[in-house]
Design a binder for this molecule. Structure first.
Ligand code: PEP
Ligand code: MN
Length: 336
């Protein structure tokens, strides 16, 4: 297919281009959410003719299998809001416990994070554990704790849905739906999550190629929801010393391939809290739009993923070092 990037987004420009194509027997498509783009099926008309149409600024042949999230569709960073928090076009930290374990620990963690300017609170209510004997999450009441804490401290909630049935329970409690690594290859869940209209945090499956991951994002975009934050969380390699291997190349690669913002999760990638601040800095330096980390007031008591949870002092240290790095950027950015 070929994208025609228009000179402006006015309806009459779109119609004018569409009519010029129709006179040549070409049926062009306009995608929701992209008023500045007219999509022409491949091979119908020569590039010379397309370039000569009035109202067209640029002609972009598109060969990727994920056209609705392709970089060529947008020239500016894709920005959206989770609650009131901007994602994309700035650097954002998402933090919170692996699992929302109790009302008290969620409130304590949210209070601490809010004091550090963090406005996106993560926490699992439904946990996709490898073992069926492991803690599976506090379910619906955990969603209540997250909502209460977020409302109290001016934050927005990020939480994972494992099956479409979780989505109605999240409607009034969760601001961003997480699709986990184990569910990246689950089209019915991707579609259902897209239909909530909420932004989606889409983790990479730990054996998924970039193309498979981007095609999962395309499932969501095809349903009309392009508010997607892609999250690299480590892949499985021959290395066994750490839980997974953080694929930092994902950041610049995705930035080239798609306009979607990119997040890095150094907690699940490494599985060891001491590694997390350095990997978070690497993510920021590589151009990530967001970093997501696990934090627990008492990691030694955590019911899941304790070894990778930052305690409060280590979290503070990480924020300080990220801010030092942000200051070296032009123009200087700061965590709030
Ligand atoms: C999580 O973020 O809590 C989680 C389970 O991550 P992943 O899907 O990347 O394993
Ligand atoms: Mn976890």
């Amino acid at each position: 297919m070929v994208l025609l990037i228009l000179e402006n987004t006015r309806q009459e420009t779109v119609e004018h281009v569409r009519n010029q194509l129709a006179r040549r027997g070409v049926v062009a498509e306009i995608w929701d959410r992209f008023p500045e783009v007219v999509v022409v099926p491949d091979k119908n008309v020569s590039r010379d003719i397309l370039e000569s149409l009035s109202g067209v600024r640029r002609v972009v042949p598109l060969r990727v299998p994920y056209p609705r999230i392709a970089r060529a569709l947008k020239e500016t960073p894709h920005v959206f809001h989770v609650g009131e928090v901007q994602v994309g076009g700035t650097f954002t930290l998402i933090a919170g416990p692996c699992a929302a374990e109790s009302r008290d620990m969620v409130l304590e963690t949210a209070h601490f994070l809010a004091e550090h300017g963090i406005r996106l609170l993560r926490g699992g209510a439904y946990k996709p554990r490898t073992s069926p004997y492991a803690f599976q999450g506090e379910e619906e009441r955990a969603l209540d704790w997250l909502r209460e804490a977020a409302d109290r401290y001016g934050m927005a909630v990020v939480s994972e849905a494992l099956v479409p049935e979780h989505l109605p329970l999240m409607r009034d409690r969760v601001d961003m739906i997480q699709i986990g690594a184990r569910n990246m290859h689950n089209p019915p869940l991707l579609r259902a999550a897209a239909h909530t209209g909420k932004p989606i945090l889409l983790k990479r499956g730990f054996s998924a190629t970039y193309e498979e991951w981007l095609l999962a994002a395309e499932y969501i975009a095809l349903e009309g929801n392009t508010n997607i934050l892609l999250c690299e969380r480590g892949i499985r390699t021959f290395e066994r010393a750490l839980r997974f291997t953080l694929d930092i190349s994902a950041v610049p690669y995705l930035k080239r391939e798609t306009y979607l913002p990119v997040c890095v999760d150094p907690s699940h990638a490494s599985g060891q809290r001491e590694m997390v601040p350095a990997l978070a800095r690497a993510a920021l330096a590589a151009g990530a739009d967001a970093v997501m980390v696990e934090v627990h007031p008492h990691p030694e008591k955590a019911r899941s993923d304790g070894p990778q949870a930052l305690d409060f002092p280590l979290f503070t240290h990480m924020v300080d070092t990220l801010n030092q790095l942000l200051e070296t950027q032009q123009p200087p950015l700061h965590l709030p």
